[in-house]
Write a protein that binds this ligand. Structure first.
Ligand SMILES: *[C@@H]1O[C@H](CO)[C@@H](O)[C@H](O)[C@H]1NC(C)=O
Ligand SMILES: *[C@@H]1O[C@H](CO)[C@@H](O)[C@H](O)[C@H]1NC(C)=O
Ligand SMILES: *[C@@H]1O[C@H](CO)[C@@H](O)[C@H](O)[C@H]1NC(C)=O
Ligand SMILES: *[C@@H]1O[C@H](CO)[C@@H](O)[C@H](O)[C@H]1NC(C)=O
Length: 535
């Protein structure tokens, strides 16, 4: 059974509120259930970035000769090469076909309708815009699936992923079936499934048949160390929201893109617009010249350590840090979750809690300089961020001095600091707008399905899931968020074009660039402190 009590122990909540920050949830003790270690939950978010972390995986896998499935291409540079004339072709979007949700019809039969188009009708747009190339971070899809590039994925491997999975999703001829093993925490599993159903509405007839195992708990579990070496078994393919450099879990967009009902965070498409508007309210120069953070410090030691950097009578590290009052916010219904009005500091700190945090995208979207304390986890887009270009890196082992230096630097180099804040907001507004989130899911699932070496099928325990069965039966805020994030009909544009895999030299060069930026900042920081101490 479901150790649902254990899940309930979480007090999660995110906050929202605050100024900007988001928060995190919390969770406390990691409860382990004998049956599934993943019930551990706790959760919360917190997340992180990553970047450089990934290299070990690559190193390991690239030495394998004959990587035929993912032949390195010499095309690293083409990723941003838009096809010629794309600009002149970007004309009026063609008319979009809308297929409304009809709950009265669903209520009559309680069965999923069969009237939704089953093909992606290219006649919708006789003159489609030339497809754009997907953002650079899509290249990590190739890396995430590399462990199966030579072997393919067998049914046995998928079954091995069941150990911790919350559900198995099967897609057959564009219809979705789910077999639930364990209810996810809050509505994260519900909104994850909802997101996949919306993907099916967006690209009917384009999704291949597949079976996938999904684990909704925060921490990655497929250890690289258990699947390396001469006699190692091929890892089980397991989808989840984040990974780190010690694991092989496949990262997938989290539930919050469709809404987080428990803490009143609306679907991303709408929130993104609010955030953009919110940024206009207070210009960077008029914002508080400090580094701000608000969150739950009890979830991780590193956060307790961060609190030592708070301003006091004796010391001012340029940090203004606040502990979130979860109980109070939850009573108030997260009214203050207006994330868009929280961008009032020039600098905002991001620090992981127990794993990656959903909050990172809200922090990055502020036009403020994100001060990111060295992260250990990544979600699907974080590997696309570069230190100094999109954020300022903060040392994990010397946080206060690192923050003090970052803020002093930015307050002197105002233009550069604003550029960093802007680059991050643009990345968030453009590279992870909803169209790209769907296209990421699309390309990931297509590439995954190509690796399957068996014919997907639906077990007796799998039930059909459709937009109507979910939305018509949902209640309250969950229902509202579903209706707000409903994909109205088949897309009138085709998905972006997947960039090629990195070839080893360009992959290493990318990692080295990041590493060098980190070192550069460390050396500036060292110089700053040496000179200050002298004077
Ligand atoms: C459909 O049924 C649900 C649950 O029985 C009910 O809440 C909802 O109002 C009905 N919707 C319509 C449009 O009849
Ligand atoms: C919804 O379905 C009902 C019953 O099939 C039908 O009478 C009604 O016209 C439909 N409404 C819309 C907006 O399509
Ligand atoms: C791998 O298997 C071979 C033959 O079964 C065995 O001799 C060897 O010790 C194994 N290696 C490891 C690292 O387990
Ligand atoms: C940090 O300092 C500010 C200003 O003194 C104070 O209001 C705030 O409560 C402190 N934060 C924590 C977590 O103690």
């Amino acid at each position: 059974m479901r150790q649902s009590n254990s899940t309930q122990r979480f007090q999660t909540h995110h906050g929202s509120g605050m100024s900007g920050n988001f928060t995190d949830t919390i969770s406390r003790p990691f409860l382990k259930s004998p049956a599934r270690s993943c019930i551990v939950f706790s959760f919360i978010f917190v997340l992180l970035l990553v970047g450089a972390l990934a290299w070990t995986r690559f190193l390991e896998t690239t030495v394998i000769p004959g990587d035929s499935a993912e032949k390195p291409l010499q095309t690293a540079k083409t990723s941003n090469a838009n096809p010629p004339q794309s600009s002149q072709i970007q004309k009026k979007p063609s008319k979009q076909i809308e297929i409304p949700l009809n709950c009265s019809a669903y209520n009559l039969t309680r069965s999923c309708p069969s009237s939704y188009p089953t093909s992606f009708d290219s006649e919708v747009d006789p003159d489609p815009p030339y497809p754009s190339t997907c953002p650079e971070y899509f290249r990590w899809i190739h890396e995430d699936l590399r462990p199966w590039a030579h072997t393919g994925i067998t049914r046995g491997m998928v079954e091995r992923a069941k150990r911790t999975a919350n559900f198995r999703l099967v897609i057959l001829k564009g219809k979705a079936y789910v077999e639930t093993f364990e209810k996810g925490f809050q509505t994260r599993d519900v909104f994850t499934l909802w997101g996949i159903l919306q993907l099916l509405r967006r690209y009917p007839g384009k999704m291949p048949d597949l079976e996938m195992m999904f684990d909704c708990v925060d921490w990655p579990v497929v250890l690289k160390s258990q699947h390396s070496g001469p006699n190692a078994t091929t890892p089980p393919p397991l989808f989840r929201y984040c990974g780190n450099d010690a694991t092989l879990d496949i990262v997938f967009p989290d539930w919050s893109y469709w809404g987080w009902a428990e803490i009143n965070i609306k679907p991303w498409e709408h929130l993104l617009k609010d955030l953009k508007e919110g940024n206009k309210r207070k210009k960077w120069l008029d914002r508080e010249p400090y580094a701000y953070w608000k969150g739950n410090p009890t979830v991780a030691e590193t956060r307790q350590d961060l609190l030592k950097c708070n301003v006091s009578d004796k010391e001012d590290w340029n940090a203004r840090l606040f502990a979130q009052d979860w109980a109070k916010e939850s009573q108030e219904g997260y009214k203050q979750s207006d994330l868009a009005s929280q961008c009032i500091h020039r600098y905002k700190i991001y620090i992981e809690g127990s794993a990656w945090s959903v909050s990172e995208k809200y922090i990055l979207a502020c036009d403020s300089v994100s001060l990111i304390v060295k992260p250990h986890y990544y979600d699907f887009f974080m590997r696309g961020l570069n230190p100094v270009q999109h954020y300022w890196p903060i040392r994990e082992d010397d946080k206060c001095r690192s923050i003090k230096f970052a803020v002093d630097w930015g307050n002197i180099h105002k233009q550069k600091a604003q550029n960093i804040g802007k680059a991050a907001s643009e990345f968030i507004q453009e590279d992870i707008k909803m169209d790209n989130v769907y296209d990421y899911m699309f390309h990931l699932l297509i590439a995954y399905a190509k690796l399957l070496r068996f014919k997907p099928s639906r077990s007796r325990d799998a039930v059909e899931l459709c937009t109507e069965s979910m939305a018509c039966e949902a209640e309250a805020l969950a229902k509202k968020f579903m209706i707000d994030s409903l994909v109205k009909g088949p897309s009138s544009t085709i998905p972006c074009t997947m960039p090629p895999p990195y070839d080893p030299p360009s992959f290493h060069a990318t990692l080295r660039r990041k590493e060098n930026s980190l070192k550069q900042v460390e050396s500036w920081e060292k110089y700053y402190w040496e000179n200050r101490n002298k004077s």
